[in-house]
Design a protein around this ligand. Sequence first.
Ligand code: GLA
Length: 382
Amino acid sequence: MNKKLIKKVRRSFKEHFKTKALQVFSPGRINLIGEHTDYNEGFVFPAAINKGIALSIQQSEANKCQVFALDKEVMYEFTLSENEPIVNGGWRNYILGVVSELEKLGLKLGNFNAVFAGNIPSGAGLSSSAALENAFVYGLNELFALRLSKKDMILISQKAEHNFAGVQCGIMDQYASMFGVKNSALLLDCRTVTAKTYRIDFKKYKLLLFNTNVAHELSESAYNDRRTVCESISKHLNIKALRDATHKDLEGIQKEVSAEDFQKALYIIEENQRVHAFAKAIKKNKLKKLGKLMYASHAGLSEQYKVSCPELDFLVHRAKENPNVLGARMMGGGFGGCTINLVLKGAAEEFENEITSKFLNEFGMECTVYQVELSKGTHIIK
Ligand code: GLA
């Protein structure tokens, strides 16, 4: 599937720019558990997937950069001196963001041409934006011999997201996309930005994603609001981040904060604990426990942290009614996107059919099913 995508991008580059190019593939990600914990310097458990962004990129003699978004058939031209985000610029801001953040570090870039395309729908919560940022930073690092480490690169991608897309995201998406390992998930400590690799084998079970195909408005400002709440509670507790808080600490200031903010902070503390419990259960092959933790994570996201939506809740509740599903939860920032489900292999097709028809009945629109493989991170294709 990716071979086709890569070929298509390579061919388009040749048509537009008549030269050979460097090929980069950068994957999207899933997250097993640990949602909204990354910007609290806590723990997450993501994995890169076999879908993402293919990029062809080459230096140019022209006095501008040209980037062709093949899926949209739009050519974006800019000069290296442009370094302000574009109002409603969408995908352009991720690219301009990466370029500008590299230049802010005093790194010397030349003009370049590029073509990119992807096979993850944007808004699905599979981090197509991190994949795009990482594809460009990786390609530019190689083309202009910038000598950046992978860790340097993901921090640049994250800055592009903060300063050009306006989302104060954590480091999970960029990390997973860059450092992914085949057949594995990464238990990432977002404070030290180091991860342990866990080989994943769910035996008789497999992962299925259901995309609600909704991306509710204001999700970006709601995301930033959640982050502000967490930071203000940390301040109140006199700690660096909620990663350092216990339930007891939080109870100590319960009377001084709103009940809503208390629940949000409590969710973060509990979700961090769930990530560790999940890692332990993987080691011990306790699949039922994994499922329970996924449901608990969803309940927290929906009822305490309040980042779910009716479509996501509906999918998780239907999953819970099915004995062949061990666990399910919303994935990513929330307010739309996908649920992740741990489903008995032999019953997966039946479950898919059941869920999709119930969803259609309820919302008058389709949800989409994805199967993913856990794959390696951003890399050059020879
Ligand atoms: C988005 C952000 C991540 C993370 C998740 C929620 O995907 O980009 O940094 O906060 O939401 O876990």
